[in-house]
Design a protein around this ligand. Structure first.
Ligand SMILES: CC(C)(COP(=O)(O)OP(=O)(O)OC[C@H]1O[C@@H](n2cnc3c(N)ncnc32)[C@H](O)[C@@H]1OP(=O)(O)O)[C@@H](O)C(=O)NCCC(=O)NCCS
Length: 197
């Protein structure tokens, strides 16, 4: 869409660099995505093979940045996960998705990355009203990230489609934060969400 502001291609936080994907990241992606624990709640091919990593990274490199900014999360020089937004400019809404290599779980990295992405989204897109995210109702870690961010649980989806099997259904949850709520959250924690969680 022309005339719509773009989100930054590079975002630096205290511990992370969020940047555009590069084809050279396929090895790093394969290293974490082949882990079945990592993909437990993700609709990715299982087993996850080299060609899947190469195809995924090629897709991410080619994404149209305006509706679908998608960053690699770099930790110590390695692509260690990803975070993205699917922006519906017309509906003033963005849906966030994220995943991180298992070896880095539980250190607050995704809360830090998501906080920076929501900051950038509201700052870059003056018309954006809402950021939402969804998770499988059993994905406690992902739900905890949304809670830590101060997002509100707006409801559950009792029979969300799961994976590629058309008959497969599981409960999901939807969380969201409105612009004015985010401004309030950030005014209480100007230095980062560690202050409020
Ligand atoms: C969800 C995910 C991105 C979280 O990343 P992370 O960097 O570990 O997240 P954070 O450290 O910022 O916060 C995670 C919180 O969940 C908690 N947590 C982590 N694993 C957990 C588990 N198995 N059960 C319960 N809580 C868990 C952590 O303790 C932390 O909460 P706390 O700060 O109160 O202790 C990561 O687990 C992941 O990549 N999972 C696989 C992919 C995925 O499911 N993506 C989300 C799809 S909706």
């Amino acid at each position: 869409m022309s005339g719509v502001p773009l989100l930054p291609e590079r975002i630096e936080t205290e511990r992370l660099v969020l940047r555009r994907w590069s084809l050279a990241d396929a090895d790093d992606v394969l290293a974490y995505a082949a882990d079945p624990e990592w993909s437990r709640f993700l609709p990715v091919p299982k087993p996850y093979e080299r060609r899947h990593a190469e195809e995924a990274v090629a897709r991410w490199v080619l994404e149209d940045w305006s509706p679908h900014p998608i960053w690699a999360i770099e930790i110590a020089g390695r692509a260690s996960g990803g975070i993205n937004l699917r922006i519906n400019h017309q509906h003033r809404n963005a849906e966030m998705g994220y995943a991180l290599a298992r070896r880095h779980w539980g250190r607050g990295y995704m809360t830090e990355a998501a906080c920076a992405v929501i900051d950038a989204a509201f700052a870059s897109l003056p018309d954006l009203a809402r950021v939402q995210a969804g998770a499988n109702a059993r994905n406690t870690a992902s739900i905890r990230v949304m809670d830590r961010l101060g997002m509100t649980c707006e409801g559950t989806i009792p029979h969300a489609p799961r994976g590629k099997d058309l008959a497969s259904r599981e409960a999901g949850v939807i969380y969201a934060v409105l612009r004015e709520e985010w401004e309030e959250i950030r005014s209480r924690a100007p230095g980062g969400l560690a202050d409020v969680v």
